[in-house]
Structures are given as structure tokens and as C-alpha cells.
Design a protein around this ligand. Structure first.
Ligand code: PEP
Ligand code: MG
Length: 597
């Protein structure tokens, strides 16, 4: 990912390049938010007579922090649903850790030091233990621990935190980092966007920004230190730019573009209940990818025809235990009921890679994306797999449900998974619990070996869903989250396109349904190429549905097919982009895709 600060030809205008995590363009004044991450903690000797008051200060800070967290949880649950609010359970758990509490009290008494110093030191040790385990899932816990530590320290010191809810004018928040608890306090009316020095696309903060519809750019290095207070900035969450002190020419261009985009998006809303059909009559189904039941609201308002991919990992994250069958059943059946009669594809847990479960002590792996993960993990931890399968099956009694296995690399995995599924069905039958006996079974095609052997796999499933995010990563050997080699992550690489074509052909020959659920489906050029290959079902982020629908309604299937035929003679991704660009120029207004500057 580009992250270089660059000076433009106009002297005082500086453009920073970061990672776009939430779409949209906003213009506003900078509000620097200090989450207190790097403030020094002063060490102070205390007298024996002060011990009691220092301990009390610490205890009161814990009570105050608990109160704040519970308030935040309520706010989040109201605004975004309980799944998002559960993120703070990990914070609350730190407050309840009796070893930390006892250690702090004991050390204040013995070392005769101030409460914030001792507490900060104890938490440093605590964090160190986690970081030394070098396990990526623990990093998630570390950020939780740091977040709650900062909050407690602020309360020990009696400091007031900058209150994001009190912002009275439209601002762009700039911070070193933002925790999910900070993000959720942003009121969309006043915080029009945010930019941070660190962070990635899959962080909870990024997920929340998208759910809240706040444009955001992360990974801007040291921008929070460099940027002067009160500066005017343009935040382009679509392209990942932060333009500081834009010159009048830039401002004008951006505000013109912003108005045009707003009108364009407003017009797209009229397509909500209109079919996605190409000019020559080919029908395409657009479904949504979701992570939480609350995402259904956005799915329905954007006119999706179903859930094409329900990523279920989030139910297992930020908690200290495994979800029970009943708990999962409750969540899944809520989704299935809300969607009924529209279909819901529930993917079994795709744990691993960059998604880790806080409570499972898994071995550290050098190559987690290629390690013991997803279906590989489930086929060994059959207890966990069965719990999820049974919950999905039980939910299938309430609406059209399909089950999908991730990370399939060989046929044996499908056979094993299916046999476990059969066992679960038998058990449920014996227990007189309802489920759909004809539930459709599908697999993600996201590993090259699965794509190449898809004609064999087809005999054991009813549908394929092509996961281009991983298929690109594994085909090109390019880590999908490594910004250094992002230039090599090429969706239009001829190798990738050939593999997709292979899967489409195998599916058609073997009468297996095929769709695409990777990010490529939400990309204008990607969607056109996929349709040209014969795909008639795409699953994408809800917010991209109106745009992709309008694009597909503006092309003919014949031209998409012709385009694909031509791409098959191209030896490089760049040539393929050149072929598709004229179509994009014709069907997407320039102001949507082109960099304004
Ligand atoms: C994919 O790999 O394309 C996909 C949709 O799954 P995920 O992004 O969850 O890995
Ligand atoms: Mg994947």
C-alpha cells in the first residue's frame, strides 16, 4: 500500500497516501484526537500515610472505567447491535482480573509508589507476556488491553478524555490510532471522517467505520504528528488520500466531485428494486457478504437478493470461551429468519490467516495463511465443527440456508466434512430437531488446487463460491495483507483469470451453481470480466451493490464475453486493464473512479 507523504507542485499542499478502509470523500477541519497512547507516566514516591488514598484512587478508577465501558456498550448495542458491543467484553474482563488488581495493591504498599506508575508497570508486564507469545490472535487482545489500560490510567489521574461526542462542528478526526470504543462515539453529523497513523483494513475500527458510513483512511504513518491543528483537509476514503491544506484549485475540484458523487449515489437508489440485467437481457444476481446479523439492514436497503457469504468467524472473536450450539443457533436463525425467503449462505468457520480466536491456544505458525486453519482446523477439532454445523442445520428450518466450507484444497476434505454433516443430521433427527434435509452444500474455491480440480469436487457439492481474495493470494504467492508487495496482488493477472475460467467451465459442465464472493465482485472492471466469463451470481459488500448494478445494466453480455475472449490473449494484467478501461469510462462517470488531482 502506498504510504509515502508527497509534496505536490503547489507548495503548502501536502498529500499523504494511506490505506482506504471506508469509502467517501469529505472536506473539513482537523480535530486532533489524542487517545493518550504515548503519554509518559510519572513515577512518584509516596508516604506510608498515602497508601490508602493511592489504593482508593486506583479502585475508584476501576469503578469509573467499568461505568464508562458499560455506557459505551449500551450505546453501541443501540446503534449497531449487540455483536459490535461484545467487542468490549474483553475490556471488561481486564477490569475483573483479580491477579492484576492484587498485584497493583500489593506493589503500592511495598514499593511506596504512586498508583498510575505501579498500574502502568503491571500492565506493561501483562502486555509483554502476551506479545512474547508472538501469536497474531493475541495481538488483538493486546490492543484491547492497551485500550482499557489507557482508560484506567486516565481515570487514576482524574484526567478528562477528549470527548468525541462533544464535537460541535464538522471535523475530520486525525489520531495516531483509534480504538473501537473511540470510533463508536463519533457522531456521523460532526465527525465526517477520520484518518490514523496505523491500522489495517480488517481491524475492528475499520469495520466499524464502514458500518457507520464514515469515510476513513488508515496507515498514514506519522500524519498525526505532522499535521498542524486547524488545517483544512480533504479525506478521500475511496482512494486512501489525505490532502492537507488543499489549494483552492484542489478544493474546488474535490467539492465539485463530491456533489457529483452525491447526486450519482442518490440516483442509484432508484435501482434498489430493479433487476440487474444486462442490455441484452442476461440476468445477474447480486447478493451481499455479511459479518454480523446487523449487516442485514444495509443488505436490504441496498437491494441484495440474499446473503452470498456469511463470514461466521466474528462470533468466535473477542471472547474467552467458545460459543455454544444454542448461542450460534440463535444468531444464525436470526439471520435466516430476517432474510426468509431470500437465501443465506453460511460459511463454516474460516479461522486463521489474519482472523484469530482469542481463546484457543493455537500453536504459533510461521505461515498462518497456509497453516492449520479453516476446514483443516475444523476437521481436527470436530467438536467445534459439529457444534457449528448443528447450529447451521437447526437454523435451516427457518428459511433458505446453504452451508459452505472454506479453504478446500482437496477432495478428501469435502468428503470428510460431508460425512460429519451427515452425522449431525442423524443426531438432530434422533433428537427430533428440525432442519432442512435438502440443505445445499457448497465450497469456497480459493486455493489453486481446488480450482484446477474443481471438476472432481463438483460431484460432491451443489455450488462453488470463488473466493478471489485468497485465490489471488495463493496463485500469485502474494500475502494479501502485506502492503509492501501490494503491487503484485493483481486480480487481472492472466493466471488468476484462467483459474476462474476453469472453475466456471467445470461448474457449467457438472451442473453446479457458481458465484464469486471475493472483493473482485465489487470492483467495476472485475464484475464486468466475471460476468463475461459466464458468472451470473456475485456476492459483494452491500454498499457496492447499487454501483455494480448500474454498471451491469449499462453493458451487454456480448461485449463482456468479447472482452474476456480478448483478455485470454493478454500476457499481463496491465494489458487486460487497458482492454477493460474504455468500458469503465463509458459506464462509470469519470468523477467516480478517477483521481481528482
Ligand atoms: C475470499 O477469500 O475471497 C473470501 C471471500 O473469503 P475471505 O475474504 O473471508 O478470506
Ligand atoms: Mg478466503
Amino acid at each position: 500500500m502506498r504510504k509515502k507523504a508527497k509534496k505536490s507542485s503547489q507548495l503548502d499542499q501536502i498529500i499523504y497516501y494511506g490505506i482506504p478502509v471506508s469509502e467517501g470523500v469529505v472536506i473539513g477541519n482537523v480535530y486532533k484526537f489524542d487517545s493518550g497512547i504515548s503519554k509518559p507516566i510519572l513515577e512518584r514516591n509516596i508516604r506510608k500515610s498515602e497508601i490508602a488514598s493511592e489504593v482508593l484512587k486506583f479502585e475508584n478508577a476501576l469503578i469509573q472505567t467499568r461505568k464508562e465501558l458499560l455506557e459505551i456498550q449500551t450505546k453501541i448495542a443501540e446503534a449497531m447491535g449487540s455483536d459490535h458491543a461484545d467487542i468490549f467484553n474483553a475490556h471488561l474482563l481486564v477490569l475483573e482480573d483479580s491477579t492484576i488488581m492484587e498485584e497493583v495493591t500489593k506493589r503500592i504498599q511495598h514499593e511506596l509508589k504512586n498508583a498510575e506508575f505501579i498500574f502502568s508497570d503491571v500492565m506493561k508486564q501483562f502486555t509483554k507476556v502476551f506479545s512474547e507469545m508472538q501469536d497474531e490472535y493475541l495481538r488483538e487482545r493486546i490492543s484491547d488491553i492497551k485500550d482499557v489500560t489507557r482508560r484506567i490510567l486516565r481515570n487514576i489521574k482524574g484526567e478528562k478524555k477528549q470527548d468525541l461526542t462533544q464535537i460541535k462542528e464538522e471535523v475530520v478526526v486525525i489520531a495516531y490510532d483509534l480504538s473501537p470504543s473511540d470510533t463508536v462515539l463519533m457522531h456521523k453529523e460532526n465527525v465526517v471522517g477520520f484518518a490514523t497513523d496505523i491500522g489495517g483494513k480488517t481491524s475492528h475500527t475499520a469495520i466499524m467505520a464502514r458500518s457507520l458510513g464514515i469515510p476513513a483512511v488508515v496507515g498514514l504513518h506519522d500524519v498525526s504528528r505532522r499535521i498542524p491543528l486547524g488545517s483544512t483537509v480533504i479525506l478521500d476514503g475511496t482512494k486512501g488520500l489525505l490532502i492537507v491544506n488543499p489549494v483552492s484549485d484542489t478544493l474546488k475540484k474535490y467539492s465539485d466531485t463530491k456533489s457529483l458523487i452525491e447526486i450519482y449515489e442518490e440516483n442509484l437508489k432508484s435501482l434498489k428494486n430493479i433487476e440487474t440485467v444486462t442490455k441484452d437481457g442476461r440476468k445477474i444476481e447480486l447478493h451481499s457478504n455479511i459479518e454480523m446479523p446487523e449487516d442485514i439492514q444495509s443488505l436490504l436497503s441496498h437491494g441484495a437478493l440474499g446473503v452470498g457469504l456469511y463470514r461466521t468467524e466474528f462470533c468466535y472473536m473477542n471472547r474467552t470461551d467458545l460459543p455454544s450450539e444454542d448461542e450460534l443457533f440463535h444468531v444464525y436463525s436470526k439471520v435466516v429468519r430476517k432474510m426468509n425467503p431470500k437465501p443465506v449462505v453460511i460459511r463454516t468457520m474460516d479461522m486463521g490467516g489474519d482472523k484469530f480466536l482469542s481463546h484457543l491456544k493455537l500453536p504459533v505458525e510461521l505461515n498462518p495463511f497456509m497453516g492449520w486453519r479453516a476446514i483443516r482446523f475444523c476437521l481436527e477439532r470436530i467438536d467445534i465443527f459439529k457444534t457449528q454445523m448443528r447450529a447451521i442445520l437447526r437454523a435451516s428450518a427457518f428459511g433458505k440456508t446453504k452451508i459452505m466450507y472454506p479453504m478446500i484444497s482437496n477432495l478428501n476434505e469435502v468428503i470428510q466434512a460431508n460425512s460429519i454433516l451427515k452425522k449431525c443430521m442423524k443426531e438432530l433427527k434422533n433428537e427430533h430437531l428440525d432442519y432442512d434435509e435438502n440443505i445445499e452444500i457448497g465450497i469456497m474455491i480459493e486455493i489453486p488446487s481446488a480450482a484446477i480440480t474443481s471438476h472432481f469436487l463438483a460431484n460432491h457439492v451443489q455450488f462453488f463460491s470463488i473466493g478471489t481474495n485468497d485465490l489471488i493470494q495463493y496463485t500469485l504467492a502474494v500475502d494479501r495483507i502485506n502492503e509492501r508487495i501490494a503491487y503484485l496482488y493483481q486480480p487481472f493477472h492472466p493466471g488468476v483469470l484462467r483459474l476462474i475460467q476453469m472453475v466456471v467451465q467445470a461448474a457449467s459442465k457438472n451442473k453446479v451453481d457458481v458465484s464469486v464472493c471475493g472483493e473482485m465482485a465489487g470492483d467495476p472492471a472485475g464484475a464486468i470480466i466475471l460476468v463475461g466469463m459466464g458468472i451470473t451470481k456475485l456476492s459483494l459488500s452491500s454498499m457496492f451493490i447499487p454501483k455494480i448494478k448500474s454498471i451491469l445494466r449499462a453493458i451487454t453480455y456480448a461485449e463482456a464475453e468479447d472482452l474476456v475472449n480478448k483478455t485470454m490473449h493478454c500476457s499481463q494484467a496491465v494489458e487486460i486493464k487497458e482492454l477493460v478501461d474504455p468500458i469503465i469510462k463509458r459506464v462509470v462517470p469519470n468523477f467516480v473512479n478517477e483521481t481528482v488531482l
